[in-house]
Design a protein around this ligand. Structure first.
Ligand SMILES: [Zn+2]
Length: 264
């Protein structure tokens, strides 16, 4: 049985910390108002279920990803959908670890954060490196920022991102009196599943993600909400409900499931 009192007390303190972090992030325009509310809830739930260890890993993902995208002056604030896509899988595995009394599922929780980090680092570094990515579907060169296309700098960044979360997970584990040890095998699982998650993300993005063609300005976009609202978009390929956020959520979730299967 989980220690309910400890969980509630930790959750209450986490609510205060997560709210402070979210308000600061909103003031710095890293989160929009909906994103800040979602981040408060996600951070609180993750720490309540998975402990401070998991919460710090998620903050590390968020901070490093924001730092990497800072140089892009027009980078929009993160929305609640993005926060849910990046935080929900980690929270779900942490909740299962506590409720099923299966602490090894915390490795899955870390693996989902490694996957989100790998994917975001790959996107940001790939975009800023100026290297032209290649679509994994057609193997043709694709415009920078295209989902389902990879470049060498982006791929190296995804490996570095996944490794960073795995190393941090191992460094923090002794301090957090974890119910599971994060030794070298667990670190390896986190790194590999993080990279796998990023690859699955690329694959899903290439094959299934919604892509739109603008009738008005002839541009292609994957972000209908970010496009000029006066313009008329038609769905060119993929499924309209399968947004970039839904792809991220699915890919991280699969990374967590694979980690759970290996660690068992
Ligand atoms: Zn347009």
């Amino acid at each position: 049985m989980p220690d309910l009192d400890a969980t509630i007390i930790r959750g209450a303190i986490a609510l205060i910390c997560a709210s402070v972090v979210s308000v600061v992030a909103w003031r710095k325009r890293l989160l929009d108002p909906g994103g800040a509310v979602a981040a408060s809830f996600a951070g609180t739930a993750l720490v309540a279920f998975g402990g401070w260890w998991a919460g710090i890993l998620l903050v590390a993902f968020f901070l490093t990803s924001s730092l990497l995208s800072v140089s892009e002056h027009d980078h929009p604030s993160r929305t609640w959908q993005q926060v849910v896509a990046n935080g929900a899988p980690a929270t779900a595995f942490a909740a299962l670890a506590l409720l099923l009394d299966a602490p090894t599922l915390l490795v899955s929780s870390a693996a989902t954060i490694a996957a989100a980090t790998a994917d975001t680092w790959a996107t940001e570094v790939g975009r800023q490196s100026g290297a032209t990515p290649r679509s994994i579907k057609t193997l043709r060169l694709a415009p920078i920022g295209t989902s389902g296309a990879v470049s060498l700098p982006g791929t190296l960044a995804s490996i570095a991102g996944s490794m960073t979360i795995a190393i941090l997970a191992a460094l923090l584990a002794p301090l957090a009196s974890m119910p599971v040890s994060i030794g070298f095998p667990e670190q390896l699982v986190i790194v590999i599943c993080g990279i796998l998650g990023s690859l699955i993300d690329t694959f899903l993005g290439a094959v299934f993600q919604a892509r739109y063609q603008c009738v008005t300005c002839d541009m292609r976009t994957e972000e209908p909400l970010g496009h000029n609202p006066g313009h008329e978009l038609v769905l060119e390929s993929g499924a309209s409900w399968l947004t970039n956020d839904a792809v991220n959520l699915t890919a991280s979730g699969i990374a967590g499931v694979i980690a759970a299967l290996i660690v068992r």
